[in-house]
Design a protein around this ligand. Structure first.
Ligand code: PAF
Length: 279
């Protein structure tokens, strides 16, 4: 695996190699990330992963400084998965000057749910992803980029960005990788104690219970409030547990199976986890 740090070196490494399949990450790789790399390998001429902890998508009180950085282990995992190129820009390689131009996503999609609780998050994500896409695809005429379905809203925002800017990139979604308990794999699971890791499976269970209840009818807002109260009673601090339309993440007028997704974000101890369930 070739490791490059600058955009110029990345483009040189990609010259003449065909269409890349790209997996952007912030490192601290787990099996979920590696499943994205596996999918990418089937859909491109050359597989590229990036590791970059993007300051622009963290709020001042969030975990940018303490975000787990596990460089040696990450390189070994990518190498073992057969990744061809690792792009690992330093902050000044990607942001040599303050990034005053930003990609401002559609408020209707990006200022709700995660964007409501993490204002500016999707502007930070879209700005860095646009920049990474320029680095990876601009000289190779486009390709494929793979994102995990665990970050459901992020996936939708990126898809809409790619469509509206007519980028020559196909966005592929990889299913959420889970531990045996049902807990969605996440870099932030590393913050959990053993006891919290057991408790953490309650989030995916709460989404399943909410999804089932919503299909049986009843007032959706009341069912969501009940789901939040149940989770709170188990020691969580939920930001939201909600049922939305898959098409635009707005509240459905009527719960119809096959068109919905239950999404949740909640803190256990100091750790904020997210998950979702299509139904
Ligand atoms: O999902 C992530 O890890 C990040 O949001 C991404 C897409 C790598 C952008 O920093």
């Amino acid at each position: 695996m070739q490791i490059v740090h600058t955009i110029a070196d990345l483009r040189a490494a990609l010259a003449g190699k065909g269409h890349p399949a790209f997996v952007p990450t912030m490192g601290n790789l787990h099996d979920g990330h590696l499943s994205l790399v596996r999918l990418a390998r089937q859909h491109g001429d050359v597989t590229v992963a990036s590791i970059f902890v993007n300051r622009l998508q963290f709020l001042p009180h969030e975990d940018f400084d303490s975000y787990p950085r596990t460089w040696d282990a990450d390189c070994a995992k990518l190498e073992a998965e057969g990744c061809d190129i690792l792009f690992a820009p330093r902050e000044l390689d990607l942001y040599p000057e303050p990034q005053t131009f930003k990609v401002q996503p559609d408020a209707a999609l990006a200022d709700i749910l995660e964007g409501h609780f993490r204002p500016g998050f999707f502007t930070g994500v879209c700005t860095v992803v646009m920049k990474l896409f320029q680095a990876v695809f601009a000289t190779n005429g486009g390709g494929v980029a793979v994102f995990g379905q665990k970050d459901y809203q992020q996936l939708m925002v990126i898809r809409r960005m790619v469509r509206q800017f007519a980028l020559p990139i196909e966005i592929m979604a990889a299913p959420t990788a889970r531990a045996g308990s049902g807990l969605a794999l996440s870099s932030r699971n590393g913050y959990l104690s053993d006891e919290q890791r057991v408790q953490a499976m309650a989030l995916s269970q709460a989404l399943k219970t909410l999804a089932d209840a919503s299909l049986q009818g009843g007032n959706l807002a009341e069912l969501e409030a009940q789901a939040m109260a149940d989770l709170r009673a188990q020691g969580w601090e939920p930001d939201y547990l909600t049922v939305r339309q898959r098409s635009d993440l707005q509240t459905p007028e009527k719960a119809q199976a096959g068109q919905l997704v239950a999404l949740g974000a909640a803190r256990i101890g100091g750790t904020r986890l997210i998950d979702n369930l299509e139904f």
